[in-house]
Design a protein around this ligand. Structure first.
Ligand SMILES: *[C@@H]1O[C@H](CO)[C@@H](O)[C@H](O)[C@H]1NC(C)=O
Length: 217
């Protein structure tokens, strides 16, 4: 192997990655984390406490008012289970594209696991219940409640739990396809739930293709 050519090649690839990551990726984002936080807080204020389904409809309607067809209409039939990082919950995909996803995620009974290490910022807006977070070196849990937002910064790692019922609106901004292996590994190597695998691939692929056809990457 010619090391001179190899180093030129690596230099070109790394420069292209740096350029795309720094200058192109952020221009693809349409969701504003502050706008989402406002929608969550306003919805929590008007929906009767205890009716989480009504909250999902309210937030989804408000999201569609701001972001139009980039948001799938809420539908209670289109949830799917998700196993990742040893945690189990369920999700409803509102939006997926190359640079962003926006989902409802949670569990009726609680779960615990590894956040994953992602090339994306992850905003977790609590709608119901509590999310507990363990930061390395901190012996006390950080507790997020309805209306709070937990930002898991790109590249960082934590242990998290939903001690009991907890649902959230989750926004990820970054390299979404690079997050998918973490989202599917527990299914392929542990649960072997091929029905859920097919459902996840179908809804994710559908959302990503529809976004691309609208010119949203
Ligand atoms: C909760 O909200 C949903 C959607 O608006 C509604 O269909 C349902 O009847 C409500 N449930 C209760 C117990 O009020």
């Amino acid at each position: 192997m010619n090391y001179f050519k190899l180093s030129i090649f690596l230099g070109v690839v790394l420069s292209a990655y740096y350029y795309l990551d720094t200058y192109v990726l952020p221009t693809l984002y349409i969701f504003d984390p502050e706008v989402l936080h406002g929608i969550v807080k306003d919805s929590l204020a008007i929906v009767p406490p205890g009716n989480t389904t009504a909250l999902f409809y309210e937030i989804n309607t408000r999201l569609r008012n701001v972001y139009g067809d980039n948001i799938n209409p809420y539908n209670t039939d289109d949830w799917m289970f998700n196993n990742a990082g040893n945690a189990m919950g369920s999700m409803f995909i509102q939006h997926a594209s190359i640079s962003e996803y926006l989902i409802f995620f949670g569990t009726a009974i609680g779960t615990e696991g590894h956040t994953g290490v992602h090339p994306a910022n992850d905003y977790f807006y609590i709608l119901k219940g509590e999310q507990w977070v363990h930061d390395l070196g901190d012996p006390d849990p950080i507790i997020y409640k309805p209306g709070d937002v937990h930002l898991l910064k790109r590249g960082s790692v934590q242990q998290y739990s939903m001690p009991t019922t907890c649902f959230a609106l989750e926004l990820a901004q970054g390299w979404i396809p690079a997050m998918l292996p973490f989202g599917l590994a527990d299914t392929l190597f542990s649960t072997l739930d091929l029905g859920t695998f097919a459902r996840t691939a179908y809804f994710t692929g559908k959302a990503m293709i529809e976004s691309a056809l609208r010119g949203k990457f």
